[in-house]
Each structure stands twice: as structure tokens, then as C-alpha cells.
Design a protein around this ligand. Structure first.
Ligand SMILES: [Ca+2]
Ligand SMILES: [Ca+2]
Ligand SMILES: [Ca+2]
Ligand SMILES: [Ca+2]
Length: 300
């Protein structure tokens, strides 16, 4: 025979072990198969009948063992001893005693700037050892501010996608917290660091600060003819600018070191050889040779 018992309360209310005999030959004792979680307590009832009660000895953990099978034996005092057994299956229902756990405490990823909108950036994953609604996880941003404008989060599967224009020159990294919450209200947070990598998306600018309108023919070599500065908003090699004069003119360019973090380079155009007396006007074009794909030509 089977007795199923789920949760609190008393099992089958029928008399547990009817025995038609009387005296010693009637029901005398009960025995429970060994189980670390349950023990048996037999209470004397007023009518002289023994009533066995199942006592919980240590906390149950559904995540460790979701059912327990016990065998209860009832014995009389006769000779030979007569006995009857019943099997008791105890199913442990889930309590929400586990919070979701992320696969990592900190997720770090590097992505290039100007990523097309809707590109997958990262997927976070949390698991919950409970079952059913107690293990149903939804994800949400905990740090909002501008994060919600730049990235979107799939609340069901934890995938983060680009949503706004990601510009290294405006923000070079984002840090945010994501929460995983189960259906029972237990929650955990993880940290996300998204590092933005620079792309060469800015052409150099050339800005003249002063230009001599006229130079006398006996001007000294090395005289400063014009002053200008170059500016490139990108970083590293993407922001390096070199200048050259395209025409064959009696001028040369001398650049100062690039001054970070202003990303400017001050440049002078100097007189490099004697001016031919017949020539009245000189035109020069400055080409900024960019390391990759940008170039700019300025005339003066
Ligand atoms: Ca849970
Ligand atoms: Ca549980
Ligand atoms: Ca850039
Ligand atoms: Ca650039």
C-alpha cells in the first residue's frame, strides 16, 4: 500500500493499521525505515490505541532531494509476530530559498564605437536552483541615467544590444549594474563594464591663427610666415596628424609636439630659402596626411 503526503497536515485519516486481535496479539509497535529526515513518535491515545506521528528531524531541501520514500511497519505482540507495512512517499514542494546567480560577478566587453543600432553587445546569464515561478528570472538595468538611451536589455534572455549612437569621443566606457530577479522576489546584481574602442572617424582640422600678408624680399631665412594648429579628436594613431606643403615654395613646415589631452599641434610655416625677387605672390597648400583614411587640404 502507498501513502502519499505532500506538505503539512496529516496523511490518510483512515486508521493506520487495523488489527482484529485483542491483547498482546493486537497492534503493539511501529517501525520506520531509517531516514535522516524523519522519525516516528507514537502517542498513546485515550482509548488505548497507539497513533504514530511522523516527525521532521532536519530541514528538507527540495534542491537536494525532492522526494523521500519511507516504509512504516506495524507489528503485533503475538508469536509469531504478525506485521503489515505501508510505503510513504513524501514529495517536497519548492520554497523560494535560492536567489538567481549570475555566471560572472563582473562582465567586461570591448566594442568599437559607431556600432550599428541593434547590434548584440553582451549576454548575461543567471540561473536559479528553485523550480517553476521561483526560478523564473527577469533582467533589468539597475543603473539608469543615460544607459537606457545607449543600450537596451532583453528582460527575458539578458541580451544587451546597442540602442544609441556610441561615440568614443563622448564616452569611452560605460559601467552599469543589471539585476536578475526571480518570480518570488529574490534578486542578485552583476556589474557590466563596456569599453568603447576608438575608430578613425574624425578628419583633422587646420586652423590658422596668423598669416603674414606680405614679406619683404630681404626677409631673413627662418622668419615665421604663418601660424596654424591642427586638431584631431581621435586618439592614438587615429589622432596623429602630419602636415606637408604640396607646392614647391620657399617655405617649410615646423610642427611642435602634439599637446595631449587637447589633441592640438601648433605648427609654423617658416621661410626656408631666399625669395626670388620677381615673384610677387606665393600660394601654398597644406595637406594633412592622416595615417588612415582622412585628409584635408587648406590653402593660404
Ligand atoms: Ca529562486
Ligand atoms: Ca527551493
Ligand atoms: Ca574616434
Ligand atoms: Ca582621425
Amino acid at each position: 500500500r502507498w501513502l502519499h503526503w505532500r506538505g503539512a497536515g496529516t496523511p490518510d485519516p483512515q486508521s493506520p493499521a487495523p488489527d482484529a486481535d485483542v491483547g498482546l496479539n493486537s497492534l503493539q509497535s511501529y517501525q520506520l525505515s531509517y531516514n535522516e529526515y524523519f522519525s516516528l513518535m507514537v502517542k498513546d491515545k485515550a482509548e488505548g490505541k497507539n497513533a504514530p506521528e511522523l516527525i521532521l528531524e532536519k530541514p528538507l531541501d527540495r534542491e537536494h532531494q525532492n522526494s523521500h520514500l519511507l516504509v512504516l511497519t506495524a507489528m503485533d505482540g503475538g508469536d509469531p509476530v504478525q506485521s503489515g507495512t505501508i510505503q510513504i512517499r513524501i514529495e517536497v514542494t519548492d520554497a523560494n530559498d535560492n536567489p538567481p546567480v549570475f555566471s560572472q560577478d563582473v562582465y567586461k566587453v570591448s566594442i568599437p564605437e559607431n556600432l550599428p543600432l541593434g547590434t548584440s553587445v553582451l549576454k548575461v546569464t543567471a540561473v536559479d536552483q528553485d523550480e517553476g515561478i521561483n526560478a523564473k528570472i527577469t533582467y533589468s538595468f539597475k543603473t539608469l541615467r543615460d544607459i537606457g538611451n545607449m543600450f537596451m536589455l532583453d528582460h527575458q534572455n539578458g541580451e544587451i544590444k546597442s540602442k544609441g549612437p556610441i561615440d568614443f569621443e563622448i564616452t569611452s566606457s560605460y559601467t552599469m549594474n543589471i539585476e536578475a530577479k526571480d518570480g518570488g522576489g529574490m534578486a542578485t546584481e552583476c556589474k557590466i563594464i563596456i569599453e568603447i574602442l576608438d575608430e578613425n572617424d574624425n578628419a583633422p582640422e587646420v586652423i590658422f591663427t596668423s598669416v603674414s600678408n606680405s614679406i619683404t624680399e630681404d626677409a631673413e631665412l627662418g622668419m615665421v610666415i604663418a601660424l596654424f594648429k591642427t586638431l584631431d579628436k581621435d586618439s592614438g594613431e587615429n589622432g596623429e596628424v602630419t602636415c606637408l606643403i604640396k607646392e614647391k615654395v620657399p617655405f617649410r613646415i615646423e610642427s611642435s609636439r602634439r599637446c595631449s589631452p587637447i589633441r592640438e599641434r601648433k605648427t609654423e610655416i617658416l621661410l626656408s630659402s631666399c625669395l626670388p625677387c620677381k615673384r610677387l605672390k606665393h600660394k601654398a597648400q597644406i595637406e594633412t596626411n592622416h595615417l588612415r583614411d582622412c585628409e584635408k587640404t587648406v590653402g593660404f
